[in-house]
Ligand binder design. Structure first.
Ligand code: NDP
Length: 451
């Protein structure tokens, strides 16, 4: 019989930090979840005695591998690739692949940990995983990207499968990269299965997958506002990023009658007081994705817009904010500026864009704050629907999928309220998302015993 092993939060976090030295992003993500879960577990001895949180915070496995490829000049390049399989208690591992020079084991472990709770929140049967490489696709030719993707998949294929682990896109991995990786998987295994999501429509992709994360983050924002008798129409909105999530969030805000004021990339942000309408969003999509250009060019293209080099958009006065670029892109001081300028709600399109200190500022100000694991779950949810369509060998209609995405985002909102309602009209969405996600995974793990 298991003995009671009831440690407190500081002791637990001390252990996590000791076992994961030099992994600040991972320990930050665990701390954010543990703060809420320890409170929830206070009177639930079984979760303590079975060490459930400790087990979720220890990935099932981490694969690290060498990825060799040859550039256009004939030089041999050596990169590192990873796949982190965090937890498959409720379904096959599922989570994106990131290609960016900032990728480390710590970043991927944090993302896989977060993904575990996010996927549980969608209500679909998906476990949590994440992968990637420190490869930088920027400035590489199509052929170089193809050779890299093929080399990456030549190792990754051993670890994944339609019922084992189903990767998707993330930063630096879009339709082009998914195509090259799927092609290589099919070639090596001689199998046509739904092993990746975010595929092209011609070979098993799902309608609305590219739009799903950005649209979903806006649906969640709309639900939070609706809960307070408010809406997006007429609101001024600040968005960071100019990739997949940011441009589709901007698109949905515009469709719902809001005005988007900013977009950004790692070079700085653009501010367009006239509003970034659909025609301008379409220009950004082509410029950033197809032409692989920079957001600074926006200010040359559209009169009235300004570019702010090396800066982030959080000091621009707004009603609503959507951080949609990367982790830790919104710090404590910027969170205070948002609150002081009258921002009423923040919906995280990116994963962990707000630092721990920034989330505390939002919590203290009782702002409507949707953490990424709830707000950006629309992407993985439609990936889950892509898996279902692949298993059924058929494609669902766009209208059906649009409705399913909306239903899923509303369902996540409800689950957050169930565990995060603090009374007096205030919902702690971080707490709600953490507890709802944890409980589903934890209860499945309890059913399996000690494995
Ligand atoms: P993209 O690669 O399409 O776009 C990323 C954007 O973020 C680019 O504008 C990029 O600018 C910017 N960016 C990247 N790193 C930095 C940095 N260090 N500082 C400032 N800006 C930066 O990625 P996605 O839009 O797909 O992903 C954005 C976020 O959303 C990530 O956190 C991702 O994990 C999360 N997410 C994505 C999902 C999806 O379905 N795609 C699903 C759920 C979450 P630049 O061009 O200069 O690099």
């Amino acid at each position: 019989m298991a003995v009671t092993d009831h440690v407190d939060l500081p002791t637990f976090m001390e252990g996590v930090k000791r076992r994961n030295p030099h992994q600040p992003e991972f320990t930050q993500a665990v701390q954010e979840v543990a703060e809420d879960i320890f409170e929830f577990m206070e009177d639930k001895e079984e979760y303590h005695s079975q060490q459930i949180l400790r087990r979720i915070a220890e990935p099932d496995r981490v694969m690290s591998f060498r990825v060799c490829w040859e550039d256009d000049k004939g030089h041999i390049r050596v990169q590192r690739g990873w796949r982190v399989q965090n937890n498959n208690a409720i379904g096959p591992y599922k989570g994106g692949i990131r290609f960016h020079p900032s990728v480390t084991e710590s970043v991927l472990k944090f993302l896989a940990f977060e993904q575990t709770f996010k996927n549980a929140l969608t209500g679909l049967p998906m476990g949590g995983g994440k992968g990637g490489s420190n490869f930088n696709p920027k400035g590489k030719s199509d052929r170089e990207v193809m050779r890299f993707c093929q080399s990456f998949m030549t190792e990754l294929y051993r670890h994944i499968g339609a019922d084992i682990d189903v990767p998707a896109g993330d930063i630096g991995v879009g339709g082009r990269e998914i195509g090259y990786m799927f092609g290589q998987y099919k070639r090596i295994t001689n199998q046509f299965t739904g092993v990746l999501t975010g595929k092209g429509m011609e070979y098993g992709g799902s309608m609305i997958r590219p739009e799903a994360t950005g649209y979903g983050a806006v649906y969640f924002l709309a639900e939070m506002l609706k809960h307070r008798g408010d809406g997006i129409k007429g609101k001024e909105v600040v968005i960071s990023g100019s990739g997949n999530v940011a441009t589709h969030a901007a698109e949905k805000i515009t469709q719902m009658g809001g005005k988007v004021l900013t977009l950004s990339d790692s070079g700085g942000f653009i501010h367009d007081p006239d509003g970034i309408d659909q025609a301008k969003i379409d220009w950004v999509k082509v410029h950033k994705t197809r032409n692989r250009g920079r957001i600074s060019d926006y200010a040359d293209e559209f009169t009235g817009a300004s570019f702010h080099e090396g800066k982030r958009p959080w000091h621009v006065k707004c009603d609503l904010a959507l951080p949609c670029a990367t982790q830790n892109e919104l710090n404590e001081e910027e969170a205070k500026a948002l609150v002081a300028n009258g921002c009423i709600a923040v919906s995280e399109g990116a994963n962990m864009p707000s630092t721990l200190e920034a989330t505390h500022v939002f919590k203290h100000a009782k702002l409507m704050f949707a953490p990424g694991k709830a707000a950006n779950a629309g992407g993985v949810a439609v990936s889950g629907l892509e898996m279902s369509q692949n298993s059924e060998r058929r494609s669902w209609k766009e209208e059906e999928l649009q409705q399913m995405l909306l239903d899923i985002m509303q369902g996540i909102h409800q689950r957050c309220i169930a565990y995060g309602d603090q009374g007096g009209g205030y919902v702690d969405y971080v707490k709600g998302a953490n507890i709802a996600g944890f409980k589903k995974v934890a209860d499945a793990m309890l059913a399996f015993g000690v494995v």
